[in-house]
Design a protein around this ligand. Structure first.
Ligand code: C5P
Length: 476
């Protein structure tokens, strides 16, 4: 029979199962087994969405649904009492906890207390026929995101370092393919013993993560030193860091201004001059800069794309409106001009829809649009410290991009070949060359073909590096 992964079930069904299993003091898996058994015997109505009680989370309540799960092994030491608090601290962080108690741990905390706090059945025995019916120790070892051992006694450390598996805790530790976090707790003499030192060294080489022990007073009267288990809150924080590693935010505190998309230059109230820009590259850069922690203002021409999350988007039509919004968005630390701004607009824009007439075609007079990139690059006072332009060329890509860098007065140019054969315009991939002013010459860095998202991430990484390098330069 195919095995069932509880975590992949629908949230409503999971909540129902959790409530039922907590009420019956059984594990969720056992509860499923019992429901299925009852179904087969015809004693239970089939589980339909209608059978789900009112505690089923609505989408608004989804934030309270646990997102990660930990198998917590509680070893036999006086610090085991802190593990009761650890269960609470983990649950506060939306981490599901399934607990395993060693035989010695049950001298310090009871399975009942642990079960009441974790709202789950507690596991104690490798040879429990009920939980071993479907290889319970393997499931406890694998159906979690992290294994935490607190307190990790000298004995448990020795068993782990030696690869023993003669009880449920050590069998899980040997069978797991998840990261293991150990919170050692023991008498300072045991901690400093050569055997424990050897075991700790071995476990660290094996990739196990340690938290603590701290130094302080021991439970034994008059003894102090290194060996106290870390506090529950410290262990929960360390567990959370392993489960949800902090995302690097190298552009935190920086304001990034980006232009994207085409501009529409009106001919009359219903017609306009446009180009094929999709805005995808500029939007991808905005999303990547936002993910890197920047405050992002995206000034976009008409495109068919939704606002990237967390980005302030100003929608405009024409080049002149784009310039206005760009100026209003200053000051900025970094400005990236990815828009395909129309070079010209119609000088004699019709107030009414132009009509066909026997006099022939209406003459369209074009005038040059403001060059937004050049205007911002040349600002005397509010020029962003890093200004990046784009060069979309169909021939002599690098040479044209180099001369654009000089002509526009920006710091970097992202050059891309937009000849029809490349499919860049409107497509999802891009081949770019980053052209920048080096110390003495212009540097050209050619990137391999990437998706527009990858180009965005790479560009943001280069920007973050440049910002970091500049912050290290001595102030002049
Ligand atoms: O001159 P060209 O249009 O090839 O220059 C491209 C670069 O200049 C792009 O970064 C584009 O966003 C910017 N640009 C601008 N305003 C214009 C024309 C181009 O910001 N009017």
């Amino acid at each position: 029979m195919a095995s069932l992964t509880i975590r992949k079930l629908d949230e409503g069904v999971k909540t129902y199962l959790r409530l039922r299993s907590a009420k019956n003091r059984r594990s969720v898996e056992e509860e499923v087994r019992i429901i299925l058994g009852e179904l087969v015997e015809g004693r239970e109505e089939p589980l339909t969405p209608f059978a789900i009680p009112s505690a089923v989370p609505t989408p608004q309540r989804a934030a309270s649904v646990p997102e990660a799960s930990v198998t917590l092994i509680i070893g036999g030491g006086i610090a085991a009492y802190k593990s009761l608090d650890l269960i609470r601290r983990l649950k506060e962080r939306r981490i599901e906890v399934r607990c395993v108690l060693t035989k010695a741990a049950q001298q310090f905390v009871t399975p009942l207390a642990v079960s009441a706090l974790s709202h789950e059945r507690v596991y104690t025995d490798l040879f429990d026929p009920q939980s071993e019916f479907d290889a319970g120790h393997i499931r406890l070892a694998r159906e979690c995101d992290l294994v935490v051992v607190a307190p990790a006694t000298a004995d448990l450390l020795a068993k782990m370092a030696g690869g023993h598996a003669d009880d449920l805790a050590s069998a899980i530790l040997l069978a797991t393919n998840r990261k293991i976090l150990l919170a050692p707790a023991m008498n300072p003499l045991m901690w400093n013993n050569a055997a424990t030192r050897r075991n700790i060294g071995q476990l660290q080489r094996d990739g196990v993560v340690l938290i603590g022990p701290n130094s302080g007073e021991m439970a034994e009267a008059g003894e102090a030193g290194v060996g106290r288990m870390s506090e529950a809150i410290e262990i929960a924080t360390a567990a959370e860091r392993l489960l949800r590693p902090p995302v690097p935010r190298p552009l935190a505190g920086k304001r990034v201004l980006i232009t994207a998309g085409p501009t529409h230059e009106p001919i009359d109230p219903v017609r306009y001059i446009a180009n094929r820009s999709s805005g995808k590259q500029g939007f991808a850069i905005a999303a990547a800069a936002q993910a890197a922690g920047a405050e992002v203002i995206l000034v976009s021409g008409p495109v068919d794309l939704g606002d990237p999350q967390g980005v302030t988007v100003k929608r405009v039509e024409s080049a002149r409106q784009m310039l206005e919004q760009v100026q209003a968005a200053l000051p900025a630390d970094i400005a990236i001009f990815a828009a395909a701004v129309a070079d010209w607009r119609v000088a004699n824009e019709g107030e009414q829809k132009l009509k066909k007439s026997s006099a022939g075609m209406p003459p369209l007079q074009l005038v040059e649009n403001p060059d937004i990139l050049a205007t911002i690059s040349r600002l005397a006072d509010r020029r962003p410290p890093l200004v990046i332009g784009f060069a979309a060329e169909t021939e002599h890509l690098i040479d044209n991009a180099k001369s654009k860098l000089a002509r526009k007065g920006c710091d970097w140019i992202v050059a891309n070949d937009v000849s029809p054969a490349t499919g860049v315009m409107g497509g999802d991939r891009n081949t770019v060359h980053l052209i920048s002013r080096g110390a003495s010459e212009i540097a050209v860095d050619s990137w391999p073909v990437m998706t527009k998202e990858q180009v965005a991430i790479e560009l943001v990484a280069r920007i973050a590096k440049s910002v970091a390098d500049k912050s290290r330069e001595p102030a002049s």
